[in-house]
Structure formats: C-alpha cells, structure tokens
Design a protein around this ligand. Structure first.
Ligand SMILES: CC(C)(COP(=O)(O)OP(=O)(O)OC[C@H]1O[C@@H](n2cnc3c(N)ncnc32)[C@H](O)[C@@H]1OP(=O)(O)O)[C@@H](O)C(=O)NCCC(=O)NCCS
Length: 168
C-alpha cells in the first residue's frame, strides 16, 4: 500500500535518494535543500511504501500577479518517483495530492515547468500560462488555474522562489 503524507524532517535523506535516482544528478536535491533553507516550502509530500520513501513532491511559495492584482500562487517542483516504482500511478497521485493541498492553502494558481504530455492529464495548461511572464516561459511553462476567473488574465507575472534562480 502507498501512503501519501507530509514529509518529516527525518525523511530528508530518503527524499534526496529519490531525486538522485529519478533525475540522475544533484540539482533537485539542492533545490529541495535550498527551498527549505530559505523558508519557501509551502508543502512537502512523500509517497511511502513499507516505511520507505518512494516518491516526493514539493510546493513552494512564489510571487504572482494577474492584471496588476496579487494572486496566491505556488510552484510545483520537484516531483520524482524511484525508478523501480515508476509507472504505477505514484507520480500522478503525488501531483493530485499536491493540488488538493494547494487548494486547502487557498492557492489560486499552481505553476510548473515540465512535459505537457505528462502534466496535461492533470489539467496543467501551456496556453493558460502564456500571459504570465516568467524567465521559464516557453513550451514547458504550465499552470493549473484553480481560480477560474484567472483565465481572463491578459498580462501577469510569476516569480519563483530564489532557490530556482540559484540553480540557473
Ligand atoms: C515523472 C514521474 C514523476 C512520473 O511518476 P510515475 O509514478 O512514473 O507516474 P505515473 O505512474 O502516475 O504515470 C505514468 C505515466 O506518465 C508518463 N510519463 C512519465 N514521464 C513522462 C514524461 N516525462 N513525459 C510524458 N509522459 C511521461 C508515462 O509514460 C506513463 O504514461 P501512461 O499512464 O500513459 O502509461 C517519474 O517518471 C519520475 O520521477 N521521472 C524522473 C523525474 C522527472 O522527470 N520528474 C518530473 C520533472 S518535470
């Protein structure tokens, strides 16, 4: 059985292992550490099986506005599942759990950078993100607009937490 729960401090090493194994490098391990060190984490959620962390997703605070009005926005990143447990729905459940958490936090929009082919199935949308200016704007820049009124946005801005810029 897979349990989805808020990460605890003592999960840190296992969370790092998940990102290292899934991404094959240290960038996401550093991103998680920097978001925590900067106090920018809104939610950190693990997937646990048999007392072992097999997946992880993080939501971080960001600054955003739509047509001159500040909005409550979060960034979803990183998300990863241990390679040997991929393809059985854990990543999808983590993305959905992150969305439910964001809704509970009063979030109006969740931004992310990722494969539209994957995130499209969770209603993240490249077109809806287009009006929101960001250094990450482009083919992978997507948003889930929880507040439907934001679909009318003509010009917006979305600024990720500092940790993202530190990674270049
Ligand atoms: C992306 C990731 C989190 C998905 O987790 P998962 O547990 O394998 O996902 P699920 O089991 O819920 O979904 C699997 C589906 O996603 C698809 N998928 C996985 N990665 C994908 C990608 N990069 N682009 C498009 N589709 C992708 C699979 O092909 C599979 O499709 P199917 O349902 O049609 O068979 C996981 O593959 C992973 O950790 N990858 C390495 C790290 C990474 O790329 N993170 C995302 C950065 S944007």
């Amino acid at each position: 059985m897979t349990i989805y729960r808020p990460a605890r401090i003592d999960d840190a090493l296992e969370i790092a292992k998940v990102h290292r194994a899934a991404f094959g490098g240290e960038d996401e391990v550093k991103l998680v550490g920097m978001l925590e060190a900067c106090g920018d984490v809104a939610a950190s959620i693990v997937a646990e099986e048999d007392n072992r962390v097999v997946g992880h997703v993080m939501l971080s605070r960001m600054e955003a506005e739509a047509d001159g009005t500040t909005i409550e926005a979060l960034a979803l990143a990183p998300v990863a599942v241990l390679p040997e447990r991929q393809g059985v729905g854990i990543g999808g459940a983590l993305v959905r759990t992150a969305e439910a958490t964001a809704r509970q936090l009063g979030c109006q929009a969740i931004f992310l950078l990722g494969e539209p082919g994957y995130y499209g199935r969770f209603d993240y949308d490249v077109g809806a993100a287009r009006p929101f200016e960001s250094p990450y704007a482009g083919d992978y820049w997507q948003v889930l607009l929880i507040d439907g009124g934001l679909r009318e946005t003509r010009a917006g801005k979305a600024k990720h937490a500092r940790a993202f810029a530190a990674l270049g």
